[in-house]
Design a binder for this molecule. Structure first.
Ligand code: ATP
Ligand code: MG
Length: 439
């Protein structure tokens, strides 16, 4: 059979990343001699809006299917109100239903069903063959995920790749966290026999590296030991693709040089939507694209930074100190250790030696950061992480880190408006909008 690799632009205007997808598919299915991600799973972390889901759906799923495997895709952000555990269980049930009508063993199983007296209530192929009632899979009474995956694998005679998009949501409910352990059990049950040729590969993605990293680096987590990698950002070839498809009407000599366009794309965090925006602005401005594109990219970046600075500067000192600690400690962040409490106290004014914080103070600050400001994410088991990778990136950026130091080191009462302004804060904020400090 001749298989055509699709490298032409898709009708949806999506830039195809076929080569990368094919390589990843091979590695997930144990067909790369060096990398075998299928055995213990792969977790990919990439910032918001950088094309993770698009890549999974448009590029990776077709490549996995082309290699003869069965894909189950579930996006834990698709229905915000639904319990992540239920979303995963439903995806598995859907897969069983879909597989029921396909596969080489269907006719055999159907014959078996026919032979059975109808009163025996044999409803499905999976019930007849494996004693599994699809509607109950993943419930307390029903078949376990391990049983369901084993049956599915035997029925379709193909390896299965389970893709969980925005996996960190699974950690926000106790059932979701439990579900990850059930998935691990299923993976081990299926892969134990022939680890070199995994029969259940799990690929998970998420937007916040510290959350994803915690999932695979902590011994207490279900996927401890799985591979962790950064989702590869869209690069120069994407930028060229966009220039070619979206600026097709622009005279060649008026187009920006690729190197400038790439620089602009990077300045806006490799985000296609922001790149579209600055392209539109640059075109409308009527100035030279080379200059305008960079100028609007810088403006967009400053906007993003200022928005964050504004948010940070409005926080009480303890909350800022906690954020700073989180950015520094990353996956090792532990909010209530003696070292952490000493750090907060130091940040909030060493001169006032009596200024020490209790666990209660820290808990209240964490609660506010989580539910009021949405800067921090909390798992069902009480682990904390910065909510957006960008916050961590900005706090780690040396320039921003200096500003954070300025914000957290002295007590806020000691800081004047001039202190802030001399550090470039709020240059775009009028004095009337000056933040009011709490406490
Ligand atoms: N290969 C691509 N070609 C063209 N546009 C793309 C491509 N990848 C992503 N985009 C665009 O970028 C935007 C973000 O993409 P996507 O939703 O896939 O990112 P994400 O990383 O999954 O985002 P989120 O963090 O919100 O889940 C969308 O508007 C999408 O159409
Ligand atoms: Mg997504």
């Amino acid at each position: 059979m001749h298989i055509k690799l699709n490298n032409s632009p898709s009708p949806a205007g999506v830039f195809p990343r076929t080569v990368h997808a094919e390589q990843l598919a091979l590695r997930l299915l144990g067909r790369d001699s060096l990398f075998n991600y299928g055995r213990s799973g792969l977790f990919l972390a990439g910032p918001h809006r950088t094309g993770k889901s698009t890549f999974l759906k448009h590029d990776l799923v077709p490549q996995i299917e082309r290699l003869g495997a069965f894909v189950i895709y579930v996006d834990l952000w698709a229905k915000q109100a639904a319990d992540p555990a239920e979303l995963i269980a439903e995806a598995v049930r859907d897969a069983l239903r879909k597989a029921e009508t396909t596969g080489i063993r269907v006719s055999k199983a159907l014959q078996k069903i026919k032979k059975v007296n109808l009163k025996a209530k044999m409803k499905s192929v999976f019930e007849a063959e494996f004693g599994i009632e699809i509607d109950d899979v993943g419930t307390r009474e029903g078949a376990s995920l391990a049983q369901a995956f084993t049956a599915l694998n035997q029925h379709i005679q193909k390896p299965i790749v389970l893709i969980i998009d925005e996996v960190q949501h699974a950690l926000t409910t106790p059932d979701g966290a439990q579900m990850l352990f059930a998935l691990k059990a299923a993976r081990d049950a299926l892969n134990l026999k022939s680890p070199a040729i995994p029969q259940l590969a799990i690929l998970a993605t998420g937007s916040v590296r510290s959350k994803i990293a915690a999932l695979v680096l902590k011994k207490s987590e279900a996927f401890y030991g799985a591979a962790l990698a950064d989702f590869p950002a869209l690069d120069a070839s994407f930028v060229e693709f966009v220039l070619k498809t979206k600026l097709a009407h622009v005279r060649t000599e008026a187009l920006p040089a690729t190197v400038n366009a790439v620089k602009a794309f990077e300045l806006v965090g490799n985000r296609p939507e922001d790149f579209d925006l600055i392209l539109q602005q640059a075109i409308v401005s009527g100035s030279s694209m080379n200059v305008a594109l960079i100028e609007y990219a810088v403006r967009r970046r400053v906007e993003m930074l200022n928005e964050l600075k504004r948010q940070l500067a409005m926080l009480p000192p303890l909350q800022r100190a906690i954020l700073r600690r989180m950015a520094e400690e990353d996956v090792d962040f532990a909010p209530f250790t003696a070292a952490a409490l000493a750090y907060y106290a130091k940040c909030c004014g060493e001169s006032r030696a009596e200024k020490s914080f209790s666990n209660g103070d820290v808990q209240r600050a964490l609660d506010a950061l989580e539910s009021k400001h949405r800067l921090v994410w909390r798992s069902a088991r009480g682990a904390y992480a910065l909510d957006d990778q960008m916050i961590g990136e900005l706090l780690n950026d040396s320039h921003i880190a200096d500003e954070m130091r300025l914000l957290t080191t002295p007590t806020t009462e000691d800081l004047s408006a001039e202190d802030f302004k001399s550090h470039g804060f709020f240059n775009d904020v009028s004095d009337d909008d000056w933040p009011q400090w709490e406490g």
